[in-house]
Write a protein of this length. Sequence first.
Length: 351
Amino acid sequence: MNASLKNRKRVLSGMRSTGKLHLGNYVGALQNWVRMQDEYECFFMVADWHALTTDYADTSKIKENSMEVLLDWLAAGIDPERSVVFIQSHVPAHAELHLLFSMITPLGWLERVPTYKEQRDNIKDKDLGMYGFLGYPVLQAADILIYKGNAVPVGEDQVAHVELTREIARRFNGFYGDVFPEPQALLTPAAKLPGTDGRKMSKSYGNTVLLTDPEAVVRQKLKTMVTDPARVRRSDPGNPDVCPVGDLHKIFSTKETMAKVNEGCRSAGIGCIECKGWAADALVQMLNPMQERRRKFEENPRLTRDILEAGQQRAREAAGETMDDVRDAMGMSLKFEGNTQSQNPHPTKTA
């Protein structure tokens, strides 16, 4: 990593091992990560342990899904020369710090996390009555604090998690001394990005456009996309501000195209099929360069493994330095006073 980046504020962010990413992942986080590389020292983590909080019963796709996430990151512009990219489970110190944090985190703190209650209510097809699901915000705190992150890029729905991380850092520091900074939530602008059915784009709804979808698939998916319900007939005027296709145009289309959409839709001068075609043009223009970059990594798996191994080594070194500080603060250092030739606390007795 460029030495100058080490003087910048450090951020940690991650995505669960869910497989290939979609436009919602790109607009909601990945696009912002690419920009952040110019300003911050970035640690980006593929969170395979977090994927287990809900998908613990079947781990057969975890490794494959982790690599798909990584490939999409590299395709979108995450630069391993400027950022540290790694898989969470390949840095075991995350688990050690999670264990130590779990000893000092009150249950009440976890039970009041809004997303815990929300997901328990909404996910009915899986048994979420597990410690791992209840305690995942503690693991998330360990993910952030193991790198002494100064900031965490999140959407508004994740601010409560960052605040819990701050509380855990404060509690640890109160017990054992100042080890951890209290990271700030770095709110990221979240554009409204609907799926093809008008709801929030999500794999669970089956309404996504993947970053890897070829042009023909993108165009076919947009042909089926819902539009302004007021436009029943071709001659009916519409409103791009209430149309999911209009939302896509606002994010991906040029000002010139947006002007044509506004004028043509409101006057019924264009039909929805034509409008969808323009949106597909904008998406294809953005996705093609990403897909070309992705193919280079797919065709050279050794390069991808080298990037991952280098990132994991840098992550382990940073995490190891933090754990040395943690153990020293707690009086649990692995280093022993006196005889430096042996670090065995229980030497073999001799006659």
